[in-house]
Design a protein around this ligand. Structure first.
Ligand code: MG
Ligand code: MG
Length: 253
């Protein structure tokens, strides 16, 4: 998983340089695909089954989601980045049987103050969660740290998409909420939330944070998820491993 994570980190390091006004999300997709294959790895998003019955599988290597789109945006030659946009890029690879999964939201050219604050709050909420991701803490401690960081800065954490276990597959148990549910809801849906973390567990922590409402809607392409109110969203994700001390971040260079 360290090796898979390093490849993902290398892809992001390269894409970070490519994100400029005038670049299309298809350009970013092609660049990422080339790097992944040069390492002898396989992109895991392409062909990923749609959550909706009958929906199309994901058609590209990366997810590229612009502004009010939060996750699962489909790269396209028609989607050109403009100064002032933010673009969320998610990268997942399979290498020697293990998955690395990491997403970052990048500013394009000059972005406004709200966008800057949103990026800081979202990345900060990820690191606040990682700081709690230690053996003998509980999943709910990670969740609470993520939510408190984002909400204390005036933003809303997306509820309809979650963080997750990762290993041989991209999405493994458990689902890890990025917000603390009502007690009754937690007991009903996510009994895993009170479990303790233990060394050797590996997760993809990925808060999605919105400038306005936490509610989202699925676009007609059956993949792209946007904010319900059209305001900005950001997404930061790292694959991490629980150790005897601080979590090891596997998708950081
Ligand atoms: Mg991801
Ligand atoms: Mg993920």
């Amino acid at each position: 998983m360290r090796s898979a994570g390093r490849i993902v980190a290398e892809v992001h390091a390269h894409l970070r340089e490519l994100v400029q006004p005038g670049v299309t999300t298809a350009d970013l997709d092609a660049a990422a695909d080339g790097i992944i294959r040069r390492y002898g790895a396989t992109p895991v998003f392409v062909g990923y089954p749609n959550a909706k019955e009958g929906g199309p599988p994901f058609p590209a290597t990366i997810c590229a989601s612009i502004n009010e789109e939060l996750v699962h945006g489909i790269p396209s030659r028609r989607r050109v980045l403009n100064s002032g946009d933010v673009v969320s890029i998610d990268v997942g690879v399979l290498y020697k049987g293990y998955v690395g999964d990491s997403g970052w939201t990048y500013p394009v050219g000059q972005v406004n103050g709200e966008a800057q604050r949103l990026l800081e709050a979202t990345e900060g909420s990820l690191w606040a969660g990682i700081a709690q991701a230690r053996a003998d803490r509980r999943f709910i401690d990670v969740t609470r740290a993520v939510q408190e960081y984002a909400e204390s800065r005036g933003f809303a954490v997306v509820r309809e998409y979650t963080s997750h276990g990762v290993g041989r597959k991209m999405h493994e148990e458990p689902q890890i909420l990025n917000y603390v549910p009502e007690r009754s809801e937690a007991a009903r849906i996510y009994p895993a939330m009170n479990r303790k973390l233990a060394p050797g567990m590996t997760f993809a922590l990925e808060p999605m944070v919105n400038a306005g409402t936490w509610r989202t809607e699925l676009q007609n392409d059956q993949w792209t998820v946007s904010t319900a109110d059209g305001r900005l969203s950001a997404h930061f994700e790292h694959t991490i491993a629980i150790t005897g001390g601080e979590a090891e971040v596997l998708t950081r260079l």
